[in-house]
Ligand binder design. Structure first.
Ligand code: 5GP
Ligand code: MG
Length: 177
């Protein structure tokens, strides 16, 4: 698996260090509130596990299965909700976690959905933000790192279902695509 990586963009240690700081900010933001964390599957799984164990607040953890990429290396623009039942967020403060903010369509669609479901407040937190012009004006409230407009894998992010378990974020070799 590591042989398929052209370049490590953000190494494991740097990610873990950054999570300490992100967790502190999240903790300050939600102190004293009753929160529901909603993590988007499957990309946010590693981020969720590593971030939330650093947040010493009482919380409920929910996952939402959405698909937007459908296996390629470019955003399809369509967001599908794959769960039969959405988490109960009515009247609650929500921390929405995703791996990466790219076009913003995923977070935008999920935020609308959660608001429809009665969420009182929604803050977004992503590991990565792509530094691109977005049609949708959306910035995450908390973001780990800003990267360029390139396709990355690892630390939750996949290519055709693989590479999510890499402990770092990297770029694939052409021969692996
Ligand atoms: P958006 O809706 O913001 O365009 O895209 C968000 C979703 O697209 C992310 O949750 C992620 O699943 C996928 N995505 C966006 N950029 C990348 C990337 O560089 N690599 C991978 N593996 N997935 C990405
Ligand atoms: Mg995703």
């Amino acid at each position: 698996m590591h042989d398929d990586i052209e370049k490590v963009l953000i190494d494991e240690e740097v990610i873990q260090k950054r999570l300490d700081l992100l967790a502190e900010k999240v903790t300050e933001e939600f102190r004293g509130e009753s929160i529901v964390v909603v993590a988007l599957l499957k990309g946010a799984i590693l981020f969720m596990a590593d971030l939330l164990r650093r947040v010493p607040l009482a919380m409920e953890i929910e996952c939402l299965n959405v698909a937007s990429y459908h296996g390629g290396t470019e955003s399809s623009g369509e967001v599908s909700f794959l769960d039969r039942k959405l988490p109960d967020v009515s009247g609650k403060s929500v921390l929405l976690l995703d791996d990466i903010l790219d076009t913003g369509r995923t977070l935008d669609a999920v935020m609308r959905k959660l608001k429809d479901q009665g969420a009182e407040e929604i803050k977004t937190c992503v590991l990565l933000t792509k530094d691109i012009e977005r049609d949708i004006t959306l910035e995450a409230d908390f973001s780990g790192f800003t990267i360029g407009d390139e396709f990355v894998v690892g630390y939750g992010l996949d290519y055709q279902g693989k590479y999510r378990n890499l402990p770092y974020v990297g770029i694939l070799k052409n021969s692996a695509i």
